[in-house]
Design a protein around this ligand. Structure first.
Ligand SMILES: [Zn+2]
Length: 325
């Protein structure tokens, strides 16, 4: 009789913990990298789809590794975030399909100038484009010129916030540059800018902070050096628990600087590494001596590698609960 009760208790506890696991998975944030090669983290991979439990799907910096609006990995997209106007983030050209040749140097044969990958995807999905600085008017004009709805380009400057579905979105400062190339503008003005070696003013580049409906706060660094706001705004005010950190060096913080930012300024529960600007994995494993390898060794919190097509799930505290390396 006694052992029967014990078995009953065991079954009840197992059922309860399984139910708990299922409900925390259901309330988790799903993040899926859209890179050039399935299962790898390659040169110029940046794009992520972040999905809230309420179904809202947000595409961040699609760049060159989303194969246009027809890329079947996109599914429904409610909003597109663009940290700044450089071609590797907006998408001046892109892959023809996932898994072409060379993780170290994927080819981008599809030229989408002056439209850009971002605008083509926004038009096809009727998605909002959410940016800070002077970028919204540029995207609104592009949408209008291509027969879309200019009101789908929305402004969110530093300190402000807006909601897409249940997800709250704001921009935070990034220290980088943010010129619009003449080729992205097109026409006579574009030609004149290119001939003079100038770009058009788009205001400062940005990062983003997203607050999801399960309470998780995510910081998307964008291309940036070390900023004081990573301490004061991102950690002290927003209390970000998951960071997507650019580590490419030359254009942004390198692995050592990026790890210092994570360890000393933002102090999240975990990090997804991004913008490494080299082949970082082979067979899904980190390549020794790569920037991702250096960053992973220097970071005090778990580092997750964005393997293309592999969905990672995070709880409200920024801990990966499924699908991470
Ligand atoms: Zn970049």
């Amino acid at each position: 009789m006694k052992s029967f009760k014990l078995i009953q208790l065991f079954i009840t506890l197992t059922a309860l913990s399984l139910a708990g696991m299922q409900s925390s998975l259901a309330a988790s944030i799903k993040i899926t990298p859209l890179g050039a090669h399935d299962g790898e983290f390659c040169h110029l991979d940046r794009a992520l789809v972040l999905e809230d439990p309420d179904g809202t799907r947000i595409l961040y910096d699609p760049g060159r590794t989303v194969a246009g609006a027809e890329d079947s990995r996109l599914g429904n997209i409610d909003a597109i975030l663009v940290s700044h106007m450089h071609g590797d983030h907006v998408g001046d050209k892109h892959i023809a399909k996932v898994g072409g040749e060379g993780c170290a140097k994927p080819s981008f044969p599809v030229n989408v100038l002056p439209n850009t990958n971002v605008v083509n995807i926004a038009l096809a999905k009727n998605a909002k484009i959410i940016t800070g600085s002077e970028m919204p008017k540029f995207f609104a004009a592009k949408l209008k010129a291509l027969g879309g709805n200019p009101k789908n380009s929305l402004l969110v400057r530093f300190g402000a916030s807006l909601k897409v579905g249940g997800v709250s979105i704001t921009t935070v400062p990034a220290v980088h540059s943010n010129g619009i190339s003449g080729s992205m503008i097109g026409g006579e003005l574009g030609d004149m800018l290119n001939a003079a070696g100038l770009t058009a003013y788009a205001g400062p580049p940005t990062g983003y902070v997203l607050t999801f409906t399960n309470g998780l706060v995510v910081y998307l660094s964008g291309d940036t050096g070390i900023t004081a706001e990573q301490d004061t705004v991102v950690r002290q005010h927003y209390n970000a628990k998951l960071v997507v950190m650019n580590i490419g060096d030359t254009f942004t913080t390198g692995p050592r600087e990026a790890a210092w930012v994570v360890n000393n300024l933002v102090k999240p529960a975990s990090v997804i590494v991004s913008h490494a600007n080299q082949a970082s994995t082979k067979g899904g494993k980190i390549i020794e001596g790569s920037r991702v390898d250096s960053f992973t060794k220097a970071s005090k919190v778990p580092v997750h590698v964005p393997l293309s097509g592999r969905t990672m799930s995070f709880d409200s505290g920024g801990n990966c609960i499924e699908g991470c390396q």
